[in-house]
Design a protein around this ligand. Structure first.
Ligand code: GLV
Length: 326
C-alpha cells in the first residue's frame, strides 16, 4: 500500500515531485494555512505530515492520525510541535538544521545594519518627498564597525553571525548554555560571558535562541534597561523570546536606540505600536527566505519524511527514542 503524505503549505514543485515518486501527496498549492480541524481531516489517514511553523502539531491532532509515522517540520525551530506528545505516540519528528544557517545570519546582519544606519527610515523620508537637500547632521546613525556584538544563542547560526563580525572588526561576546571550544572562540574572536555582562557591554545584541518556556520573555523591561542607551536589539529567534510590549516602550523612551525584528509574539498578528516608531526595522519572519535556502529546507523536510516512511532513521530526527524503540 502506498503511503500518504500531507504537505500543509505551498512548497516548490520539485519537492512535491520528489514526494510523489514514493507516496500519494495531498498538497496545499493555494497556501492558505489549514485550520487545526482541516489539518486533522486531511491527515486522518496520513503516514507523514510535512508541515511548517504555522501548524500546531499537538496531542489532539496526533490522536486523530493513527497511521502517522513522521512529522517533518520545514524549519529549524520546532516549538510548534509537541515533541513529548509525538514521542509518546511513536511518531518521529524532524526539522531542517544546517541548510539555513548562512542565509539567516545574512538577514540578522541586514537587520543590524538597517537599524543602525536607519535604512528603512531614510527610505520612508525619501519616498514621502521630505528630502530637500543634503545636511551634515541628517539621519545620523550608529557605527557597526569596531563595535561590540553580543550574541545570545551561539549555535550554528549564532556562529555564522559572529564570523561576519570579523570583517567589521567587532568584539564579540556570547551567551550560550555551553561554552564553545577554545579553538572556535579564538577563530571567532568571541568571549563567553554572563547575560547581564553581555547586555551591559554590547552595542548590538542579537537573539538566536530557540523558543521554550525557559526563553519566554528572556528580554523584557529589566533586560532592556540593562542595555546601553545607544544599543540595537535584533530578534531573529522567535516571537515570545522578547516581551514586545516592553520593547515598544524601550524604543519609544529611547532606553535603547533601535531594533530590528523579524519575529513577533502571536504572529502573524503583532503589536501595532511598532508601526508608529521610526527606530525599528520590521520584517515578516523572512530571515531564511532566499530561494535557494527555502528550497533546500523543503527538500530536506521531504527527505526526512521519506526516510522515515522507508523505515530508515531520518537524518534530522529530533526524538531518537522513537527510532531506537522501532
Ligand atoms: C525559521 O524560523 C526556522 O525555524 O526555520
Amino acid at each position: 500500500m502506498t503511503h500518504k503524505v500531507v504537505v500543509t503549505r505551498a512548497v516548490f514543485d520539485d519537492v512535491i515531485e520528489r514526494l510523489r515518486g514514493c507516496a500519494t501527496v495531498a498538497d496545499n498549492p493555494s497556501d492558505v494555512p489549514l485550520s487545526p480541524e482541516a489539518l486533522a481531516d486531511r491527515a486522518a489517514d496520513a503516514d507523514a505530515i510535512v508541515c511548517a511553523l504555522t501548524d500546531r502539531i499537538d496531542a489532539t491532532l496526533l490522536d486523530r492520525c493513527p497511521r502517522l509515522k513522521v512529522v517533518s517540520n520545514i524549519a529549524v525551530g520546532y516549538n510548534n510541535i509537541d515533541l513529548a506528545a509525538c514521542t509518546a505516540r511513536g511518531v518521529m519528528a524532524t526539522n531542517t538544521p544546517g541548510v539555513l544557517d548562512e542565509t539567516t545570519a545574512d538577514f540578522a546582519w541586514a537587520l543590524m545594519l538597517g537599524a543602525a544606519r536607519r535604512v528603512t527610515e531614510a527610505e520612508r523620508y525619501l519616498r514621502e518627498g521630505r528630502w530637500t537637500g543634503w545636511q551634515l547632521q541628517q539621519l545620523l546613525g550608529t557605527d557597526v564597525h569596531h563595535a561590540t556584538l553580543g550574541i545570545i544563542g551561539m549555535g550554528r547560526i549564532g556562529q555564522a553571525i559572529a564570523r561576519r563580525a570579523l570583517g567589521f572588526s567587532m568584539q564579540v561576546l556570547y551567551c550560550n548554555r555551553s561554552r564553545l571550544d577554545e579553538a572556535t572562540e579564538r577563530q571567532l574572536n568571541a568571549r563567553w560571558v554572563g547575560r547581564d555582562e553581555l547586555l551591559a557591554a554590547s552595542d548590538f545584541v542579537v537573539l538566536m535562541v530557540p523558543y521554550s518556556e525557559a526563553t519566554h520573555h528572556m528580554i523584557g523591561a529589566p533586560e532592556l534597561a540593562r542595555m546601553k542607551p545607544g544599543a540595537v536589539l535584533v530578534n531573529t529567534a522567535r516571537g515570545g523570546v522578547v516581551d514586545d510590549r516592553a520593547l515598544v516602550e524601550a524604543l519609544r523612551s529611547r532606553t535603547i536606540a533601535a531594533a530590528g525584528i523579524d519575529v513577533f509574539e502571536g504572529e502573524p498578528a503583532f503589536n501595532r505600536d511598532f508601526l508608529a516608531l521610526d527606530n525599528v526595522v520590521l520584517a515578516p519572519h523572512i530571515a531564511s527566505s532566499s530561494t535557494a535556502t527555502r528550497r533546500a529546507m523543503a527538500m530536506l523536510a521531504a527527505r526526512n519524511a521519506l526516510a522515515a516512511l522507508a523505515g530508515e532513521r531520518p537524518p534530522n530526527l529530533l526524538n531518537s527514542d522513537v527510532a531506537d524503540r522501532a
